[in-house]
Design a protein around this ligand. Structure first.
Ligand SMILES: Cc1ncc(COP(=O)(O)O)c(C=O)c1O
Length: 398
């Protein structure tokens, strides 16, 4: 058999999904595993959203829709941008896709030519480098040190620009680091992008999950020029506990929206019709459950940060958004757990899973070697029990 294409051969499988799968397999084998790998809210989709989906089925909304989404959903997205971000778009500037991941794929496909460089703040979510590479682009990592809450500054980004730079990727609130850029910091990045006429692909999927009074700001709202250059990516997955429904969307300048819509019309056609009707209900509906979820996440975050910083040899920076904590595990490097040497965050995670049955995600794939990512999209009981096990694990290192 001939080999797979060079482009596909270069793509690494998603490591976060792999860890989750291993923890699930152990659980199915009857092992009591505490999982900190979750990349999704542990809450159920609110009932009014489910009801809208059931109504859509009963009303026969089960056929193809326009490839880039139904008008009602585009209007709901337009209203959301106006209400939450002070951004004015026409429905024709909105493209609804199969999750934000698909929206990101479309965005990179729409703006990148072979060899174009994309500034990627690192650490970063594992899919960005692969999504850029699949589309012929080259990720250029700009590292934000832990002392800077992992946030690269505009000046650091400027230093990484070359004549091949085509776009800047932003993800605020951030997975995995939990930081959120302030309006002032975003203004500096916007100025840089406008000065060099760069696209900004702004992944705002964790928009509502911000804590301690932090306010989400969309870079596109900082002026007409930056709005023209920005593709805002968002979706219902994380905010409305709808990860399985697969609805994401973009807002962009019309030519980009048209390009993404055409691409999508040949690749997937429309996203699931029923999920689109459910998403209209999500975006237009009551926000009490969202507010309750954010409050609960914030309290769990405080608990997790307190427990981690209370364990000898471990530490973390309190995150301001999303639902992840980055735990510094470098003090374990060079030590052994029951004869198993720990040299990397991968070794740490695999020893913790085998030894104390706690699933953590290693920092390596996020370009954050020395750290492990813990999700607090799990119960307080699990957070307490899981970190008690990690404390035990740390105390057994020699
Ligand atoms: C930063 C970031 N962007 C996008 C996504 C994908 O969202 P969706 O499930 O809507 O494809 C995720 C999911 O983990 C994410 O963490």
């Amino acid at each position: 058999m001939k080999s797979v294409s060079t482009r596909c051969a270069a793509i690494a499988p998603s490591p976060t999904l792999e860890i989750d799968a291993k923890a699930v397999a152990m659980r199915e084998a009857g092992i009591n595993v505490i999982g900190f790998g979750a990349g999704q809210p542990d809450f159920d989709t609110p009932q009014h959203i489910k009801d809208a989906a059931i109504k859509a089925i009963n009303d026969g909304k089960t056929k193809y829709t326009p490839a880039s989404g139904i008008l009602d959903l585009k209007k709901a997205v337009v209203e959301k941008f106006q209400r939450d971000n002070g951004l004015v778009y026409e429905p024709s500037q909105i493209v609804v896709s199969n999750g934000a991941k698909h929206s990101l794929f479309n965005a990179f496909a729409a703006v990148l030519n072979e060899g174009d460089e994309v500034i990627v703040p690192a650490p970063c979510w594992v899919s960005y480098p692969e999504l850029i590479k699949i589309n012929g682009g080259v990720p250029v990592y700009v590292h934000g040190p832990a002392e800077q809450e992992f946030k690269p500054t505009a000046a650091q980004m400027r230093a990484a620009l070359t004549e091949k730079t085509k776009a800047i990727l932003l993800n605020s609130p951030n997975n995995p680091c939990g930081y959120a850029y302030s309006r002032e910091e975003l203004q500096e990045i916007a100025d840089l992008a406008v000065e060099h006429d760069l696209f900004v692909i702004s992944d705002e999927i964790y928009e509502y999950l911000v804590y301690d009074g932090a306010q989400h700001c969309s870079i596109a709202s900082l002026g007409e020029k930056i709005k023209e250059n920005t593709i805002v990516v968002n979706g219902v997955s994380k905010s409305y506990a709808m990860t399985g429904w697969r609805i994401g969307y973009t807002a962009s300048a019309l030519p980009i929206a048209k390009a993404m819509g055409s691409l999508q019309s040949h690749v997937t056609s429309n996203p699931n019709s029923i999920a689109q009707y459910a998403s209209v209900a999500a975006l237009n509906g009551p926000r009490e459950e969202l507010a309750a979820m954010v409050k609960e996440f914030s309290e769990r975050r405080e608990l997790m940060v307190k427990l981690i910083n209370g364990i000898d040899g471990l530490s973390c920076v309190p995150p301001k958004g999303a639902f992840y904590v980055m735990m510094n595990v470098t003090s374990a490097f060079g030590k052994s757990y029951h004869g198993k040497k720990i040299e990397t965050s991968d070794d740490f995670c695999s020893a913790a899973l085998d030894g104390v049955k706690v699933a953590l995600v290693p920092g390596g794939p996020f370009l954050a070697e020395g750290f492990c990512r813990l999700s607090y999209a799990t119960s307080r009981k699990n957070i307490e029990e899981g970190l008690a096990r990690i404390a035990q694990f740390m105390s057994e290192l020699v």
